[in-house]
Ligand binder design. Structure first.
Ligand code: DCP
Ligand code: MG
Ligand code: MN
Length: 329
């Protein structure tokens, strides 16, 4: 008989995706193997977009990113309804402790391991030891529950309109794009990724003057920004609140002439960026968040190529244009 899984978002392979995601998190947070982390995520992403429920590991191997090892795990899961490897991971005290501590924004695997060495293994214990945390981590702990909640699209739309009217009243020449999962059309997002540029700041300017500072001050004054995590010349990390929950807000100021490469990068997903950059290299181009350059036979990149919209970047590298909604790898 054919086992059926409840489908999430029309994903008929969602239970497979869930266990692959859990294995991915283990590789990133506990084992420290980013290569395997990406491999599990890539397989999960292929299965998520596959319209048919796979019936065996062998069948899954036809999909991009599913190799023999993952196929074997799928077979074990299909046959037994569980995975021995995951059972072990879930029973392991160190992995459990790491998984609790990395819930806090600003705490990564290495900080979590450090805390565990000092005997701190739970959020409750962490709250008694704020002295061991930096500013980002203190804010992360303070808003732990809020930051873990996904942000509904409608709320980001409202926040976007406040950002647009406030920054617009400061100076109508600012370009503003909310990127990240929101731009990819997701119904909910982990944070709000705001990209701004202004014609007075280009890549030939050494300093961004005080453009970002003026934007952040404006958004503080109107009450939208409620916490600052970190602030540089071109990058703000903090939190905002419009309705009841406090949300993570990132703002990046990009040079005017690098805006489209920055929008492409900041829209993601990170796996999509990886694939597109690999494709670029195969076609003799190097692509990053700042620019696209031709790589000569000597391997040295040339001057940044002119880019007047996102499509130009796809065209250079001969990659079929993908709308943001098609970049959800
Ligand atoms: N990004 C990347 N590589 C990383 C981190 C980020 O290419 N290691 C890019 C692609 C992401 C974008 O930055 O889409 C924004 O990063 P987020 O962590 O905010 O990710 P998303 O917005 O995609 O998802 P979420 O809804 O979880 O915020
Ligand atoms: Mg985001
Ligand atoms: Mn972000």
């Amino acid at each position: 008989s054919k086992r059926k899984a409840p489908s999430k978002d029309g994903n008929v392979n969602s239970d497979f995706c869930d266990f692959l995601q859990e294995l991915a998190e283990y590789e990133k947070n506990v084992a420290g193997n980013i290569f395997k982390y990406n491999a599990y995520r890539k397989a999960a992403s292929s299965l998520a977009s596959h319209p048919v429920r796979v019936q065996s590991g062998k069948e899954a191997m036809k999909l991009d990113g599913v190799g023999k090892k993952i196929a074997d795990k799928l077979d074990e899961f299909i046959k037994t309804g569980e995975l021995q490897k995951l059972k072990k991971i879930r029973n392991d005290d160190t992995s459990t402790a790491i998984n609790s501590l990395v819930r806090v924004s600003g705490i990564g695997p290495s900080k979590a391991k450090e805390l565990i060495e000092e005997g701190i293994t739970t959020i409750e214990e962490l709250r008694k030891h704020e002295d061991k945390l930096n500013h980002h981590q203190i804010i992360g702990l303070k808003y732990l529950e809020d930051f873990e909640e996904k942000i509904p699209r409608e709320e980001i739309e409202q926040i976007e309109s406040v950002i647009r009217s406030e920054i617009g009243s400061l100076d109508p020449q600012f370009n503003i794009t909310i990127c990240g999962s929101y731009r990819r059309g997701k119904k909910e997002s982990g944070d709000i990724d705001t990209l701004i540029s202004h014609p007075s700041f280009t890549s030939s300017d050494k300093k961004s003057s005080k453009l970002l500072e003026s934007v952040v001050n404006k958004l503080k004054e109107c009450g939208l920004i409620v916490e600052l995590i970190s602030m540089g010349d071109v990058k703000f990390m903090g939190a905002c609140k419009l309705v009841e929950k406090t949300r993570r807000l990132d703002i990046r100021l990009t040079p005017f002439d690098q805006y489209h490469c920055a929008v492409l990068y900041f829209t993601g997903s990170d796996l999509f960026n990886k694939e597109m950059r690999a494709h670029a290299l195969n076609n003799g181009y190097t692509l990053n968040e700042y620019c696209i350059r031709r790589v000569g036979s000597t391997g040295t990149p040339g001057e940044p190529l002119p880019v007047s919209c996102e499509e130009d970047i796809f065209d250079y590298i001969d990659y079929p244009h993908k709308k943001p909604e098609e970049r959800n790898l």
